[in-house]
Design a protein around this ligand. Structure first.
Ligand SMILES: [Zn+2]
Length: 89
């Protein structure tokens, strides 16, 4: 019997309540879209190209819809916990 080693991309616990993912049912994916500041290119410094902030979507899991809502209210805090748990991005 084989099981994926990291079913939730290495995340094992809910960053909101600390429960194990899956313990309360199907985990809920939380997607958080952030604008990643880019180093301006030479063209942008010269004003020849407009700045376009890159959107990046970070996603992590919460154990239940209630925790997902809580995570969305302050995603950076909870994402930081997930990153620490995963041991990196
Ligand atoms: Zn939770």
């Amino acid at each position: 019997m084989t099981r994926p080693a990291e079913p939730y991309r290495g995340q094992k616990r809910c960053p909101v309540c600390g429960a194990g993912l899956g313990a309360r049912g199907e985990p809920v994916s939380v997607d958080w879209s952030i604008a990643v500041p880019q180093k301006p290119t030479l063209w942008q410094k010269m004003g020849l190209q407009s700045k376009t902030p890159q959107q990046q979507t970070m996603s992590f899991f919460a154990c239940c819809p209630e925790c997902a809502e809580a995570a969305k209210s302050s995603p950076s805090t909870h994402l930081a916990k997930v990153i620490v748990e995963r041991g990196g991005m």
